[in-house]
Design a protein around this ligand. Structure first.
Ligand code: TRP
Length: 331
């Protein structure tokens, strides 16, 4: 199992419930080898701020470690520490049809925006954006991943990785493993402050490790409707309930559902939500702050992860290079 996390912002509650928590749970299953990495090469595609890439890489690494990722049991590394990723990117680029990449959603969306604005079709489109699916396929294929847990928005990229693997194999023999996307519908997609999906791009996130007082302030700023205390409230619509449910057990959720039906005041529900989230986050926050204060410790863990990962990637890349004709001239 393998998945990448793009370091492009501050980790928020949605990242925790949607990615960090399920990944850590999955990594504790017996018989599964898991690979988690910080996709910092991917971050360069959309960020022109070097400081932000570095800061986000640090924060996300600290968040995963603080949340309990056991780096003795998993492969945890930074993409840019693995030069084999880029070497495989080129090998794949040479067996992948340009037409395949023309169909990528992110690239097509950029073309459509330009067309709508009457601009040159490729205005603002970097080769990096165009190659994004190839880089992502290299991430996956380098470690022969079978299963790739991703959000629905990434499904096309996994399908493209399969296509690229099949093309490569067709030309050079059966070397690459065709991966499968693992989209877990039961994994929570959390609403943000404005009720839309919590996302860096909407700027509606609640930082996972905001100080307690700020967390409380943000939770109290979640939009609600004008239903008064005592008026029954459904639990389908309101972001408040969906957030609560993502952090509560089934019994707690059932009690909160009953409180909503009985017309709990929004202020009271917000206080309960704050307390629920704070109870989950507080122990991790202490570890997070300690890690953030000692980046060298994180760097060391990532370095160890890279050494472990390269022990697999190096020999496999040699095999692929030879298959493609990049061989010693003697023997
Ligand atoms: N592109 C993914 C995202 O934005 C992150 C990513 C990079 C990834 N490489 C990957 C995910 C390989 C899975 C496998 O979410």
């Amino acid at each position: 199992m393998l998945t990448g996390i793009t370091p492009s912002g501050v980790p928020h509650l949605g990242n925790y419930a949607g990615a960090i928590r399920p990944a850590i749970a999955a990594s504790r299953q017996a018989g599964v080898e898991s690979f988690y990495f910080l996709a910092d090469y991917h971050a360069l595609i959309n960020s022109s701020d070097p400081g932000r890439v570095q800061r986000s890489t640090l924060e996300i690494a600290a968040a995963w470690l603080a949340a309990g990722l056991d780096t003795d049991k998993v492969y945890f590394y930074r993409q840019s520490d693995i030069p084999e990723v880029l070497e495989l990117t080129w090998l794949l680029a040479c067996t992948t049809g340009k037409g395949l990449l023309n169909r990528a959603h992110a690239y097509k969306a950029a073309l459509e925006r330009n067309a709508a604005a009457g601009a040159d079709p490729d205005a603002g489109v970097s080769v990096g954006l165009f190659m994004y699916p190839v880089l992502m396929a290299a991430d996956i294929l380098l470690f022969k991943a079978d299963s790739v847990p991703v959000g629905r928005d990434q499904l096309q990229h996994i399908e493209m990785a399969r296509d690229m693997a099949a093309r490569f194999n067709h030309r050079y023999g059966e070397h690459l493993v065709l991966p499968q996307a693992a989209i877990d519908e039961s994994v929570a997609t959390l609403p943000g402050l404005d009720g839309r999906k919590m996302s860096k791009s909407y700027d509606n996130g609640i930082p996972l490790f905001a100080p307690s007082a700020e967390l409380k302030k943000l939770i109290f700023s979640i939009v609600t409707d004008s239903r008064a205390p005592g008026e029954p409230k459904d639990t389908e619509g309101p972001a408040l309930f969906r957030l609560y449910q993502a952090f509560a057990g089934p019994d707690e959720s059932a009690r909160m559902r009953a409180a909503f039906a009985a017309g709990v005041a929004w202020g009271e529900a917000k206080q309960a939500l704050f307390e629920r989230i704070e109870a989950t986050v507080a122990p991790m926050r202490g570890r997070y702050l300690a890690l953030m204060a000692d980046p060298a410790r994180i760097e060391l863990r990532l370095h160890e992860g890279a050494v472990k990962a390269r022990a697999i990637a190096g020999p496999f890349l040699d095999e692929l290079r030879r298959a493609a004709g990049l061989r010693k001239l003697s023997g």
